[in-house]
Ligand binder design. Structure first.
Ligand SMILES: Cc1cc2nc3c(=O)[nH]c(=O)nc-3n(C[C@H](O)[C@H](O)[C@H](O)COP(=O)(O)OP(=O)(O)OC[C@H]3O[C@@H](n4cnc5c(N)ncnc54)[C@H](O)[C@@H]3O)c2cc1C
Ligand code: SF4
Length: 586
């Protein structure tokens, strides 16, 4: 039997990056907020102590902090003619689990999308003419200029380390000349670069590009954020990605928000509490709260005035489909919206092997890098190229973790004495130049409920239907040779190119940058939520995260995810609470 609990003002489904942002702002506004998190409690002293935070077997290989695929996973296929099969071991992406979500084990590469990314359809059609019929690219309904104060605040909460390239419209030497106008400099200076970044910078400048330091959530110096929380300088230990930081040097919900939140009497957190359904009333016109289950196997109905989905794009989409909120997307007719425009990221790159010089990749950090944006977004003329969008080209030194990192030149045997010799010779002498490409929305890429496979509670799994599109392939074919040219200019012995060819493969890790499914827009016929992240169908339901992106840009998502969360919560406090109801009239 489901137990009924006392009501709260707001229930947050999931307590990762976006959950923490909403919780902090809504409790500060005086609301009683409850976060329901399916995973365990996690904090720095207890869970990421420097004595075991670097346990690569536990965290990288055995996925210590990720969702258990045996409890719930997604099924995958490349196109709707295929039968989707469950991912029984995570590969291409790694959904987080537990307090802090993926914000615990992210790298910290914290970009802002370009102004043109938010108006991708209107901007590109105005410049290049009509997009192909099957490209379901849309405008966000919110502009860069509207989001700018919220980008700025998220960067200050995180203490992002970087160099402005456009300060209030003035170009600043050393930063990204293509970025939208910023109201302020980054709160901290860039990280210390290493040999690889120096070589990359020189080679990129040689071919006329404009490299700048990657905006990093790994601290270049001690920092106190606007909530009074302190971060320590990064030690460049190389265990950011897929690991927690024991040094308080990586911005995460734990280091930047949660300690303040846990002291507020109007905030409560229930861990090991998985939301199963968003409940509705009034013929589906409003949500009454959520039903969740805890580890005892008991189910609870948690009434709330407002529900915010903060459970990462895949689970947010699935919960809306399972709760029958919004019209499911149908790729045959192009109608319906929930599950529409699932997008990802198109990655490629080149590895440079040096003979004499040491790159010492173990001196790294999740966001330590130099990057060039000359081939991103609409920073270059696409006339006659047959694609829109682009990607950044970067040289990161994130790690040389011993289980994960065995760079060997092409043609080396996969095992045995020769492989060992090659690992020994190259382990300290490689650098990579990567392309982080956009993924544009296409009619045939989407999310829905799987007709066959279920989770441990018997509910349909989410089914992902995705492949790289013509646009994606042309984009990567155009930009990867530029990365190769930079790599060749870095002065190594040889360069191996890893091009993105063939169909999308869900097995090798690429990025945890899943986007779409609960997209935002200007019209209920083509989007799930309005420009404030508010459901068109259920006005007291809000959705957070990269599921709002109508298509994915050539950047890591979380800078924009953070800005959208602050923008949305600001609208809840200043517009919705004084006058509850739709914030945009359909
Ligand atoms: C290895 C890795 C590296 C990354 N590096 C970068 C990077 O360098 N730069 C960047 O921009 N982004 C990066 N990301 C992505 C970044 O972590 C995410 O964009 C960000 O955490 C998303 O925030 P979110 O709140 O949407 O989801 P999350 O932070 O993942 O939080 C979602 C939470 O919801 C919980 N949840 C899910 N379903 C339910 C349910 N039904 N009931 C209750 N709780 C639920 C989950 O357990 C989780 O804690 C990386 C991700 C990974 C995994
Ligand atoms: S590299 Fe820096 S930020 Fe990353 S885990 Fe190590 S100390 Fe923390």
């Amino acid at each position: 039997m489901t137990k009924q609990l006392p009501p709260v003002d707001v229930v947050l489904v999931g307590f990762g990056w976006t959950g923490a942002i909403y919780a902090e702002k809504l409790t500060a506004a005086g609301l009683e907020v409850l976060a329901l998190e399916r995973g365990p409690w996690r904090d720095t002293p207890g869970d990421f102590a420097t004595t075991f935070a670097q346990d690569e077997l536990r965290y990288y290989w055995r996925h210590g902090m990720f969702q258990e695929a045996s409890q719930s996973t997604v099924t995958f296929r490349n196109n709707s003619a295929q039968t989707a099969l469950p991912m029984r071991h995570w590969g291409s992406f790694l959904p987080g689990n537990g307090v802090g979500g993926s914000g615990v084990h992210w790298n910290g590469q914290t970009y802002r999308f370009l102004p043109s990314d938010f108006v991708a359809r209107s901007h590109n059609e105005e410049r290049y003419g009509r997009l192909p019929e099957d490209m379901t690219v849309q405008d966000y309904g919110v502009t860069y200029e509207e989001l700018e104060p919220h980008f700025d605040y998220f960067e200050k909460i995180c203490g992002i380390c970087g160099k402005a390239g456009n300060l209030r419209g003035e170009t600043v030497e050393g930063g990204n000349p293509y970025e939208g106008a910023r109201s302020d400099e980054y709160p901290n200076p860039p990280m210390q670069m290493t040999f690889s970044q120096d070589r990359f910078e020189a080679a990129a400048r040689d071919i006329g590009l404009n490299p700048f330091p990657v905006p990093s959530a790994n601290m270049s110096r001690a920092y106190t954020n606007p909530l009074g929380l302190q971060l320590a300088p990064c030690t460049y230990c190389g265990f950011c990605e897929k690991h927690g930081c024991g040094n308080y040097s990586k911005s995460s919900p734990q280091t930047t928000i949660i300690p303040v939140l846990m002291q507020r009497p109007n905030f409560a957190l229930r861990t090991h509490s998985e939301v199963l359904k968003i409940e509705t009333e009034g013929g589906g016109s409003r949500t009454s709260g959520v039903t969740y289950i805890d580890t005892s196997g008991d189910t609870f109905f948690q009434p709330a005035e407002i529900v915010v989905l903060c459970a990462y794009p895949l689970e947010n989409t699935r919960l809306m489909l399972l709760s029958e909120i919004g019209e499911p997307y149908d790729p045959r007719t192009g109608e319906g919206v929930v599950g529409k425009n699932y997008c990802y990221q198109v990655m490629s790159g080149a590895t440079v092997f040096f003979d004499e010089e040491f790159t010492n990749g173990f001196v790294g950090a999740g966001a330590l890098g130099m990057v060039a944006d000359d081939y991103n977004g609409d920073n270059f003329d696409h006339s006659g190229l047959g694609f829109i969008g682009g990607g950044y080209i970067a040289c990161y030194t994130t790690n040389a973790r011993p289980i994960e990192s065995h760079p060997v030149p092409d043609g080396t045997p996969g095992w045995g004495a020769e492989w060992k010799r090659a690992v020994q010779a190259n382990y300290l002498k490689t650098a990579t130049v990567g392309v982080h490409g956009a993924s544009m929305a296409h009619r045939s890429n989407y999310l829905d409920l799987d007709p066959t496979y279920t989770d441990s509670y018997g509910r349909p799994l989410l089914r992902m239907t995705y492949d790289f599109t013509v646009n994606d392939r042309r984009l990567t074919e155009h930009i990867t040779p530029v990365a190769e040219e930079i790599a060749r200019g870095m002065g190594g012995r040889e360069v191996n190119v890893s091009a993105r060819r063939g169909s999308y493969d869900s097995v090798p890790y690429q990025t945890t940058h899943n986007t779409g499914g609960t997209i935002m827009g200007t019209d209920p016929a083509s989007s799930v939520v309005n420009r404030y992240g508010q459901s068109w169908d259920v006005p007291n339901l809000f959705v957070a995260g990269a599921g709002l992106f109508p298509q994915n840009a050539g950047y890591n998502p979380t800078g924009t995810v953070g800005a959208l969360a602050y923008w949305s919560v600001d609208a809840i406090i200043n517009q919705y609470l004084p006058q509850p109801g739709p914030l945009v009239q359909a």
